[in-house]
Design a binder for this molecule. Structure first.
Ligand code: GLU
Length: 389
């Protein structure tokens, strides 16, 4: 059978592959410590589940608008306006099957052959593949650990060509966990406006911040960036709703209309009753988000100290999301070798940095319980010591 050439252009998702492998091993009775997928270990808060159950009981089981329930689009717009001082209307919002689907829709709407998309590296592994699937060209710009893996305005400026259509800005970042300061966002905004390019702001981790880190949405810097920004976000990380698959895009009404058109021929609406859970998530108390953030904050201290106590690992301390991205170069292994051997020898699942464009590092998600973190650190320590000899 001859498959379409686009299939060969992209590898499978390594985060999903390693996560399923770890879950399958655990199901088979193997004692695995998994730091693989960025998936909070908490159950979805009860009031959110109750709202979805009520919607189900009330017969919210039919097709809905491809763009999403008007009530959800309205509450997303209101929340963004309140949190970031923006002025979105429901027509500026589309509800999608998760943040990943938002970004995929956006690439299909904006990108075609010849278009370049600037992606700072380390990057979340699906960005370049989505660009390729849309026939565009990902332009990977390596960043430096000295800058906490953040692209500088000069680096951005240098990467822009006549073909640049879009810049992918992910803060807090997956996989590094670092957060751009408001000053850094303003400086990047100036380049974006001066060079007249679009920016997709992937803000899915924006509620998960530590040590006083502040999130400034690039959309809110000034009216020019508001016009040029498309926000991509979702409910998975902040509300522990990974399996619900609810995300959204917010931006220029023409772009959103185009995404609705594509969604109308691909997925149609996101699961109708699930959207009522999402409305409850935004409209109810945000205490659950803060409780989970505080739990992540404790785990962050433990995993960061633990990793830095392991000889040969160097781990900066990120100020957002729930990832650590230590450098493993001193072990003499590539990130793939490290991850494979660690899973084999100690049953600890991590993601090789290679998946994120950086072979000198590995990624650990610490959205898991403290006992797993403590045990995992012990095993990684034993593994690295045995390799260092
Ligand atoms: N976004 C999460 C991660 O990076 C979930 C897996 C995925 O979508 O790639 O681990």
């Amino acid at each position: 059978m001859k498959l379409a050439a686009r299939v060969a252009k992209v590898p499978g998702s390594m985060t999903l592959a390693i996560d399923s492998k770890a879950k399958a091993l655990r199901k088979a009775g193997v004692d695995v410590c998994s730091f693989s997928a960025g998936e909070p270990d908490f159950d979805t808060p009860d009031h959110i589940k109750a709202a979805a159950k009520q919607a189900l009981d009330e017969g919210k089981t039919r097709y809905g608008p491809a763009a999403g329930e008007l009530g959800l689009r309205t509450t997303i717009a209101n929340t963004l306006n309140r949190d970031h001082g923006l002025s979105y209307q429901p027509e500026n919002i589309i509800v999608t099957n998760g943040g990943k689907h938002s970004l995929f829709n956006l690439m299909l709407v904006l990108i075609e052959a010849g278009d370049e998309v600037i992606i700072p590296s380390p990057y979340w592994l699906s960005y370049p593949e989505m660009v390729k699937l849309a026939d565009g060209t990902p332009v990977i710009v390596p960043t430096r650990v000295e800058n906490n893996y953040k692209i500088t305005p000069a680096e951005l400026e240098q990467a822009i060509t006549d073909r640049t259509k879009l810049f992918v800005l992910n803060s807090p970042s997956n996989p590094t966990g670092f957060v751009y300061t408001p000053e850094e966002i303003r400086a990047l905004a100036k380049v974006i406006v001066d060079r007249d390019i679009l920016v997709v702001a992937d803000e899915i981790y924006h509620k998960i911040l530590y040590d006083g880190a502040e999130h400034l949405s690039i959309a809110s810097v000034n009216p020019e960036t508001y016009q040029r920004t498309i926000i991509s976000s979702g409910f998975a990380k902040a509300y522990s709703m990974t399996g619900w698959r609810i995300g959204y895009l917010a931006g220029d009404a023409e772009i959103i209309k185009a995404a609705i058109k594509i969604q109308g021929h691909s997925t149609s609406n996101v699961c109708t009753f699930a959207q009522f859970g999402a409305i409850a998530a935004l409209e109810s108390s945000q205490d659950c988000v803060e409780e989970m953030r505080q739990a992540f904050a404790k785990r962050r201290e433990v995993i960061h100290a633990g990793l830095n106590n392991i000889p040969g690992l160097i781990c900066p301390k990120p100020d957002g999301a729930f990832y650590m991205f230590p450098n493993i170069e001193q072990t003499g292994m590539t990130s793939l070798e490290f991850a494979d051997a660690l899973l084999e020898a100690e049953k600890v699942a991590v993601i090789p940095g290679l998946a994120f464009g950086t072979d000198t590092c590995i990624r650990l998600s610490y959205a898991t319980d403290l006992a797993t973190i403590e045990e995992g650190i012990k095993r990684i320590d034993r593994f690295v010591r045995s390799r260092l000899g």
